[in-house]
Design a protein around this ligand. Structure first.
Ligand code: MF3
Ligand code: CO
Length: 257
């Protein structure tokens, strides 16, 4: 039997244009969040700003209601890796590593992107290095999002850069195809071997999202059913872009200029 669950949906140029709009909404709102983020704000304050920013630009929140997720934004602080739920009692402090993951729908298509930011900009040496290594890992992966490469070329580039810098890649969560759904095939792991996996083709759109920890890569999910934290309590960071594969190479749809 033909496996349909693993078939990768190719997008036409007109669909990629809609995805560019969805993702530019996400990218712009994340930049706005980065600008306003300050010690003393709550994670729910950030969620409200995210929801307003998406709606003002003609999109709608993608995460709210997805598998019962209760908010627009995921805000994950320090040892939290991903899927932190906004909370009116959770206050961010100077030096915290705040990871913000945002999704929007525009004209039936999804945008998905994430950034990690240090509150007040300074933070510890380790925090600054973690953010640099994680963001650079994303761009190292994106370099391989080109026709004729293999999917795990992306994975291997991320993993070797992260581990070469002494940090770990999370394995329990992965990137994904994206389009008319938030999650489509294929899975895009942040670990793997060069030359393996499906051959990349023009029209594929991938959400590439390295999640990196300072210590062990083991993950625990808190009793809220969502918040994923490092098992050893070490710091974590997360960067994500939605990237279309074009004949000229990677086209970062969630990048803001
Ligand atoms: N970027 C994350 C992902 O692709 C965001 C999902 S949050 C959820 O899994 F609430 F929508 F699940
Ligand atoms: Co994603």
């Amino acid at each position: 039997m033909k496996k349909t669950s693993t078939s990768i949906i190719l997008k036409a140029p007109s669909e990629i244009e809609k995805m560019r709009v969805a993702n530019s909404i996400v990218g712009e709102v994340l930049q706005e969040l980065k600008t306003v983020l300050a010690a003393g704000m709550t994670t729910l304050d950030l969620d409200r700003i995210a929801a307003e920013g998406i709606e003002k630009r003609g999109g709608s929140p993608a995460f709210r209601g997805y598998r019962g997720y209760p908010a627009t934004l995921c805000v994950s602080i320090n040892n939290e890796i991903v899927h932190g739920i906004p909370d009116p009692k959770r206050v961010v402090a100077e030096g915290d590593v705040v990871s913000m993951d945002l999704g929007a729908i525009y004209d039936g298509f999804y945008g998905d992107s994430a950034i990690s930011v240090i509150v007040g900009g300074k933070g510890t040496e380790t925090a600054r290095r973690l953010l640099h290594v994680t963001e650079t890992a994303l761009y190292k992966g994106i370099e391989y999002a080109r026709p004729k490469h293999r999917l795990q070329d992306i994975s291997a580039a991320v993993q070797s850069w992260v581990e070469g810098n002494g940090f770990s890649v999370v394995r329990q969560f992965v990137g994904h195809g994206i389009g008319r759904s938030l999650h489509e095939p294929p899975e895009v792991p942040n670990f793997g071997r060069r030359g393996r996996g499906p051959i990349l083709k023009v029209g594929m759109v991938l959400a590439i999202e390295p999640m990196v920890t300072v210590g062990s890569p083991e993950v625990k999910v808190l009793s809220d059913g969502w918040t994923a934290v490092t098992a050893d309590g070490s710091l974590a960071a997360h960067f994500e872009h939605t990237v279309a594969i074009t004949k000229k190479g990677p086209y970062i749809l969630s990048k803001v200029n």
